[in-house]
Design a protein around this ligand. Structure first.
Ligand SMILES: Cc1cc2nc3c(=O)[nH]c(=O)nc-3n(C[C@H](O)[C@H](O)[C@H](O)COP(=O)(O)O)c2cc1C
Length: 163
């Protein structure tokens, strides 16, 4: 962080940006792990690429680098509790998904059941930028639910759209 720019001012400004919320997951040697992420974006249609940004100290990042695959679950408006579960850094890495129901994607990776959509991804590329890694995923499969609103994060609170 630039010394002239206070972290709290930076955070406060970014809180005005509205985002959806995804749970990113992978599994290494039977150890399933998921992390809440809002820095998700589509990158390219051909080939189909998406990106997520993970803190360099993220435990999920280490697991994704090891497995080379990850799953993205686009959370629905009914899944704020899932987001809270997967955003606690004090959660031991060996508890897996805990009480959160799992669905298996065609890759075999665990993802969040009843999410609005799922993406199966191969880790395509990554770059270190500041204290985060930008991870590019090449999407190898998609599954979408027929309807349902997204989980929205705005001004540090969970919200839903009035559809
Ligand atoms: C709404 C929300 C969005 C988040 N987005 C990100 C994100 O984009 N990247 C990130 O690294 N952490 C993000 N976090 C924080 C992680 O979920 C949190 O640090 C988590 O405990 C990291 O777990 P891990 O070390 O097991 O990967 C977010 C948290 C919340 C509540």
């Amino acid at each position: 962080m630039d010394d002239d720019l206070a972290q709290e001012d930076f955070r406060h400004a970014l809180a005005h940006w509205v985002s959806g919320v995804v749970a990113v997951s992978t599994e290494v040697e039977g150890l399933a792990h998921a992390t809440t992420v809002s820095s998700f974006a589509s990158v390219s249609m051909s080939p189909p690429l998406i990106l997520i940004c993970l803190q360099s100290r993220s435990r999920l990042l280490t697991l994704i680098e090891s497995r080379g695959l990850f799953a993205v679950s686009l959370l629905s408006e009914r899944q704020a509790d899932v987001s809270k579960t997967f955003s606690g850094r004090d959660r031991p890495v060996d508890v897996g998904f805990g009480e959160v129901p799992i669905v298996r994607l065609p890759s075999g990776l665990p993802a969040v059941a009843d999410a609005s959509a799922h993406l199966d991804c191969v880790l395509h590329d990554q770059s270190v930028q500041g204290d985060h890694h930008i991870c590019i995923g090449r999407v190898t499969g998609v599954m979408s639910a027929p309807d349902g609103g997204p989980l929205v994060y705005f001004k540090r609170a969970y919200r839903s759209l009035l559809l």
